[in-house]
Every structure is written in C-alpha cells, then in structure tokens.
Design a protein around this ligand. Sequence first.
Ligand SMILES: C[S@@+](CC[C@H](N)C(=O)[O-])C[C@H]1O[C@@H](n2cnc3c(N)ncnc32)[C@H](O)[C@@H]1O
Length: 331
Amino acid sequence: MTVARDTSLGPVSRLVNGILAIKPLANFAKRQARSMMIKRAEAVGVDWRRDAQDLRSRGGELDFDPAWERELEQIQNPDLIYPDYYLQPFHAYEQGNLSWEAATEVEVAAKAVHAQLWPEVGAAGTMKLRRNYLDALNSQLSAAPRDILDIGCSVGISTFTLQTAYPQAQITGVDLSPYFLAIAQYRCQQRSPELDNSPSPHPIRWMHTAAESTGLPDNTFDLVSAFLLFHELPRTATLKILREARRVLRPGGYFAMMDSNPRAEGYVKMPPYILTLLKSTEPFLDDYFTLDIEQAMVDAGFTRPDLTHTSPRHYTLIAQVCGGDEIELDK
Ligand SMILES: C[S@@+](CC[C@H](N)C(=O)[O-])C[C@H]1O[C@@H](n2cnc3c(N)ncnc32)[C@H](O)[C@@H]1O
C-alpha cells in the first residue's frame, strides 16, 4: 500500500521548516500571518474586528453574550477525548479551534483567505468556491443524496451550502470544536426565516465528535463530504477518517472532498516568505501535501476519485464505495 506522494520535501519547504523550528521566529510568523489576513479582509471590504465582535455580542450591549456559554454546554460532548493534534496551537490561536476567538473569526477568515482566488469577486470568493463544489457534486452524483454527513463542518458554512443544494436531505454536521458548533447552531436558527419559502423538512443535526470515530451506525449515509478538512490534519487522522467514511456510507454511496490542490502552481511556486507564514498557522500542511490522497481513498475502499478543479488552487475529489450496487437515491 503506497500512500506517500513524495516524502522528500523540497529545499524551500525544508528551509521554511528550519525557520519555524525556532520558536521566536515561528511566533513572529504567526503574528505576521494574522495581520496579513486582517489586512486582506479589510482590502475586500470585510471589517474583521467589527464582524467578529458583532457575533460575540450578538448585537447586544455586552461584549460577549452569555447565551454562548449556555449553548456551548448543551452542544459539547463531555465524553469526547480530543486527539493530541487538536490540542495544539493552530491558525495563530494559542487554544487552536477551542476558543470563542477562533470560532467568531471563522467566517471573516474564510472571506479573507478565499478573496485571493478570483480577485474580481473579492469577498464573494468563498461562496464561489462552494458553488463550484456543488457543481462538481451535481455532475458526479447519480441523484440527490438522502442522508449527508459533513465532516469538519466548522461553523456550518459547508453544511448550509449542502442544505441549499439538497433541501430534502437529512444532514449531519460533525466537528471537534464545540465553539464552532455553537456558532453553527446559532446561524442555523438565524437562517430559519430564510428557509421558510422552501423549508427543509429535516433540521440539521450537529454532533460534537471526531470524524475518525463518529459513533454513527454503519451504512447510513449516501454522501460523506469533507470541505477543507484534510489540509488541517496529520496523515494518520486522514487515513482513519477515510476508513470511517467508508464504514458509514451505504453501498454505492459517495465520498467527496474539496481542498487545496498540492499540484496547483500557486503552491508549487509560492514565495518562501508566504510559505513560511502559511505553514506557521497550518502545522500539518507537509503531511497533506506529501500524501497521495487519491491512492489513500482507493486503499480505504473507494473507486479511484474523479478530479475537478474547483479554483485555481483547489480541487474536488469524488469517489464511490467500491463494489456496491448503484445506490437507490431519490431522483
Ligand atoms: C477549515 S475547517 C472546515 C471548514 C468548513 N467545512 C467550511 O466549509 O467552512 C476544518 C474543520 O475541521 C474540524 N476538525 C479538525 N479535525 C477534526 C476531526 N478529527 N473531526 C472532526 N472535525 C475536525 C475543525 O474543528 C474545523 O472546524
């Protein structure tokens, strides 16, 4: 079984790793990366600090609405044991994804990061990326899935996109951050009036659990979707998640992922300074870039995936459970 694409990192990557091994330099790079993102957001008309603060206060008088803490308590799974990799600093946040600061900045960060993809659409780039993913799904899936699992659902942006495309589906969103899930649930309540014109019969189910061991029953989903998950994970976790996805999918079900394309020119030719900033906030990027994920999908029991370019830097891979009959999906 070969899943390593190229285990030898290039000289630029090795140099960058050497720099980031020196703690003060790594901390400097993280601060620079964060301020670059905030500036990038402002350049496309997104007021990072104000939008995050509005979410923390929910537009109320207090800086932080106490309802958040109550909702966090309700959504978090007290029995969950976090994998070690999830407890490390991440995305320039000391507490990684386990804080309100990180949770309330997810949406503005997505707008800032994806604003670069198509300069002509600016902050709308993140929605364009998601629409392109749906186009790839629609062209590959034989019919609309009835049961969908969104792994690494974060604050729900990918989950809501799936719900818009497949309003009749029962969708489950899974994430390790209860803070992110609390925001997802809040956004979901805010969306209800928006959905009133074409109400979805099934409310989204949010689950605080690990994608590598969801606890969900075998053979219960038609589509497992991983939108921007794997570049954030160590290789061992990715391989476990692929096996878990295979387990919960019905015969003939689909596994789809959208993520950075390691072969995209933007990454291959990335200037060392920018690569240093990127890697300072994405500790598992080397693992992701050197994994042959298409082969890993095959090894986990899927067909060889179809590849669609979803942006100049992203691709979508879609595969089907091997050896199953064509799934009976609603037409
Ligand atoms: C970049 S975000 C995904 C973004 C989201 N799907 C979207 O479309 O905006 C990656 C998410 O994966 C979650 N995550 C990381 N490791 C995970 C794991 N093992 N199981 C479940 N969620 C995980 C993180 O908490 C984070 O919310």
